[in-house]
Design a binder for this molecule. Structure first.
Ligand code: KIV
Ligand code: ZN
Length: 499
């Protein structure tokens, strides 16, 4: 039989404390429903005393969600608890989350009090909350820096007063994983009535250890984890829900602990939170980052194509991402390009593939990542290899105060020709130089330059329409250099003149 870890989502409370991420009630209700669909056990919906908006959000979320517990935060203060109880009156399952600081700094500087007085206030708050709801969670703020002996005393007293869940926050993200794990173990071993409550982790990420600390807590007996989507939260944030859910899923055989999370919803939930809160997800973010399932080096791409598990420990479909992506970059191998082209519907003979691969590497050196449109342009380009007139060399000198001058060298049926010309722009100079060599009286009827995708490193596509003796000829080329693309498009049209 596996153990169950309860997921307590605080995206709408601790997560929403991030400056610039505030949501209105309608948005919070929408997100609460998404969290319910994701399968979280508890939704911390707000801190009702803090503002009328937070109060209203707890009320509306309580009405909107069906089965998760709705939780409201308070200080260990009676008026906070009254307000929280009032905001939870429509909750099918309501929880009051009350607590107080227990570390030296909190007791002496923030609360100007003593350990005995704090213990007494903690017990009083839990008893007071118990008058309203059965489910009361107690938090020992800054438990991470609280002396274990005193912490155990407080925890034992609040459980005796009726706390059903005891939260051990590493409020400042200070502890090391082994220390946090030992803290939980200490409580398991030194709090007589600990089996009457669930131990909860609540870790902040100031030193980048929130997930590791949460895992250490779980491995030492905590059975609730307080988390946020994308790890958002005060300062460096909280433990990321998606990381805990996927660690437990991926390492289930070792840990034997389950959650109720529908992991296939993780990606879409992450994007929704990110969009609504204007908090971008870093590309390399574990589980939900844009690059979490992208492979860019040739060796990795080859390995993944042969067997996904070589470089992937999570099936992207498990988190709602359709497939791993093979990014086409200058480090991509032949196999990756071939695989990508086959997915696009191209099955080309080996020599053609070799030729395209060479051009691809050339392009990838100039452009960060290659899109499908670039590949189409490369394929189109290779089909022109039989042209009689080919561009061998092009040099253009241009600038704001210079007259543009172009020198071109053409290969016509094996013979080399060159010419130099000025023009009213670099393209004009280059085309005039070509015309000096080919001696055909052609008129440029249409000249269209387009960027294929986006970015200043992009490939420019050039379409040209020429008129020669009353007949229209069309040319096309694509290159990161638009002057080269223009000359090549011009030659493409010239090459199609039969007579
Ligand atoms: O980080 C913290 O200590 C908290 C408590 C209010 C639970 O967010
Ligand atoms: Zn917190």
């Amino acid at each position: 039989m596996s153990d169950r870890l309860y997921i307590f989502d605080t995206t709408l409370r601790d997560g929403e404390q991030v400056p610039g991420c505030q949501l209105n009630t309608v948005e919070k209700v929408e997100l609460a429903k998404v969290l319910e669909e994701l399968g979280v056990d508890v939704i911390e919906a707000g801190f009702p005393i803090s503002s009328p908006g937070d109060f209203k959000s707890v009320v509306e979320i309580s009405k909107a969600v069906t089965w998760p517990t709705v939780c409201a935060l308070t200080r260990a203060v009676e008026k906070d608890i009254d307000m929280a109880a009032e905001s939870l009156k429509y909750a099918k399952k309501g929880r009051i989350h009350t607590g107080i600081g227990t570390s030296y700094s909190h007791i002496h500087y923030k609360l100007n009090s003593t350990q005995d007085e704090i213990l007494e206030r903690a017990v009083r708050a839990v008893k007071y909350a118990k008058k309203y709801v059965e489910d009361v969670e107690f938090y020992a703020e800054d438990a991470g820096r609280t002396d274990n002996e005193y912490l155990a005393k407080v925890i034992e007293a609040v459980i005796k007063a009726g706390a059903t869940v005891v939260n051990i926050p590493d409020t400042t993200g200070y502890t090391l994983p082994y220390e946090y794990g030992e803290k939980i173990k200490y409580l398991k071993e030194h709090v007589d009535n600990i089996d009457k409550a669930i131990i909860s982790t609540h870790c902040h990420n100031d030193l980048g250890m929130a997930t590791a600390n949460t895992m250490a807590g779980i491995m030492n007996g905590a059975r609730q984890a307080e988390v946020t989507i994308n790890g958002i939260g005060e300062r460096a944030g909280n433990t990321a829900l998606e990381e805990i859910a996927m660690i437990l899923k991926s390492r289930y055989k070792l840990l034997n602990i389950d959650t109720n999370i529908t992991t296939k919803n993780l990606y879409k939930t992450s994007r929704m939170i990110s969009n609504m809160m204007n908090m971008p997800v870093q590309p390399n973010k574990a589980i939900v980052g844009r690059n979490a399932f992208s492979h860019s080096s040739g060796i990795h791409q080859d390995g993944v194509l042969k067997e996904r598990e070589t470089y992937e420990i999570i099936d992207p479909k498990d988190v709602g991402v359709n497939d791993s992506s093979i990014l086409l970059t200058a480090r991509s191998g032949h196999a990756a390009l071939k695989h990508h082209m086959e997915a696009m519907g191209y099955d080309l003979p080996k020599e053609k593939m070799d030729e395209i691969y060479k051009k691809f590497l050339d392009l990838a050196d100039k452009k960060k990542d290659i899109q499908d449109e670039d590949i189409c342009a490369l394929i189109g380009d290779t089909q022109k290899k039989d042209h009689r007139i080919k561009l061998e060399y092009l040099q253009v000198v241009t600038g704001k105060t210079l007259i543009p001058v172009a020198t071109v060298k053409l290969n016509i049926g094996g013979e080399k020709f060159d010419a130099t010309s000025s023009g009213n722009g670099p393209v004009d100079a280059a085309i005039k130089a070509v015309k000096q060599i080919i001696h055909r009286h052609v008129t440029l009827e249409e000249f269209l330059i387009q960027a294929i995708t986006k970015g200043s490193d992009d490939v420019g596509k050039v379409h040209m329409e020429l008129d020669y003796k009353g007949v229209k000829y069309y040319g096309f080329s694509a290159n990161t250099d638009i002057i080269t693309a223009s000359v090549e498009a011009f030659l493409d049209a010239i090459n199609s003149i039969k007579a």
